[in-house]
Design a protein around this ligand. Structure first.
Ligand SMILES: O=c1ccn([C@@H]2O[C@H](COP(=O)(O)OP(=O)(O)O[C@H]3OC[C@@H](O)[C@H](O)[C@H]3O)[C@@H](O)[C@H]2O)c(=O)[nH]1
Length: 347
């Protein structure tokens, strides 16, 4: 029998090993002491999946929990099978018993159409879901970061909004399920800190956009980009707004919605019209983050310029539209059914 010398197999083995390791983005090696077990609720969503990438690449063990209401497996599929990664299809409204060192609690629909779709579910996710996560943090001694929202300020009477402002929220309006839901999640975090000594952090995220946003997200930037790409009218409600840039905490630049529509239309090079819509009930008239504290305490400031962030998001949505077009199920026309009792036609 002909035998290959071991030496001849070595290049092949190397190729096989490198094809395995190339399957995943590069991951740092961390010693047992530095490696953390991290839970990300809502980790398959737009913000959560980018956080998953960062923590995985930093060498931590990441468990993503998502009920896939707005999150998608596609956002984290590049990690599936990696030894440091786990994906659990779970709704935070149900208790979860796992061992972790840190919790990033992001689970909640965040765009107005999504959180208004089922207000009771949004309230349950924010209240029961957050109590479950704080209970878990207390039991295992984990630190918890809550992803809260600029919507805790409601329709603000103070500009720009800083951490000390208490907000101006209509408790029974259409946005209340999310606004009040997130306000009480913050209250819960501080109650667990005071009463149980749980280490908590709260980040209030302003309007955000970037790759991996859901096509049906419904927030202003994704709406405008999709409308411009598809040649549909850009639906403008005439208000002011300051936007958060891709993976930043909040950008203090302020732009009118109309300016945004015009900018996006020119970046997409689209001939879409602009269509003015009436204002939504309780829509905040103005929002602008005061980032001085974040800058002073965390050294944080926005790093992605507006146009660069928009261009990346435009590229992402163009690819998504292409992907959709190529993966459409087009049913074949059914053959006409023969009526009962009618004789078959024979050729
Ligand atoms: O098609 C659209 C969509 C939205 N808008 C306007 O754009 C502004 C921003 O609305 P968005 O729908 O993007 O979302 P909002 O800013 O109200 O809330 C969002 O941003 C803050 C985050 O903390 C929240 O999680 C998120 O809900 C509103 O004034 C809205 O009326 C349009 O003019 N046209």
């Amino acid at each position: 029998m002909y035998r290959l010398p071991i030496k001849a197999l070595i290049p092949g083995i190397f190729l096989l090993i490198s094809s395995f390791s190339q399957k995943y983005p590069p991951v740092k090696f961390l010693s047992e002491k530095d490696r953390k077990r991290i839970l990300i609720t809502g980790g398959a969503g737009f913000v959560g999946s980018h956080l998953t990438d960062k923590l995985m690449m930093d060498g931590h063990e990441v468990t993503v929990v998502d009920n896939f209401f707005t999150g998608r497996k596609r956002n984290v599929e590049h990690w599936i099978g990696h030894e440091n990664f786990e994906l659990i299809n779970h709704d935070v409204v149900e208790p979860l018993y796992i061992e972790v060192d840190q919790i990033y609690h992001l689970a909640s629909p965040a765009s107005p159409p999504n959180y208004m779709y089922n207000p009771i579910k949004t309230l349950k996710t924010n209240t029961i879901g957050t109590l479950n996560m704080l209970g878990l943090a207390k039991r295992v001694g984990a630190r918890l970061l809550l992803a809260s929202t600029s919507e805790v300020y409601g329709d603000p009477e103070v500009h720009p909004q800083n951490e000390e402002y208490w907000g101006h929220v209509n408790p029974i309006g259409p946005r209340a399920c999310y606004d009040e839901g997130e306000r009480v999640t913050e209250t819960m975090c501080f109650a667990y800190l005071e009463q149980e000594g749980v280490e908590v952090r709260v980040a209030r995220i302003f309007n955000t956009f970037g790759s991996r946003m859901h096509m049906k997200d419904g927030r202003v930037v994704s709406n405008f980009i999709l409308q411009a790409l598809q040649g549909e009218p850009l639906t403008v409600r005439p208000l002011l707004l300051a936007l958060l840039l891709f993976l930043s905490l909040g950008n203090p630049e302020e732009h009118t919605i109309l300016e945004f529509a015009e900018l996006i239309r020119s970046l997409v090079v689209s001939r879409s019209q602009i269509q003015f819509l009436p204002e939504g009930q309780d829509d905040p008239q103005r929002r602008q983050p005061d980032i001085r504290k974040a800058k002073m305490m965390l050294g944080w400031e926005p790093v992605v310029p507006l146009e660069e962030g928009l261009n990346k998001t435009i590229q992402y949505f163009s690819r998504e539209l292409e992907h959709q077009a190529n993966n459409q199920y087009i049913p074949k026309p059914k053959a006409a059914r023969q009526k009962k009792g009618q004789p078959r036609q024979h050729n």
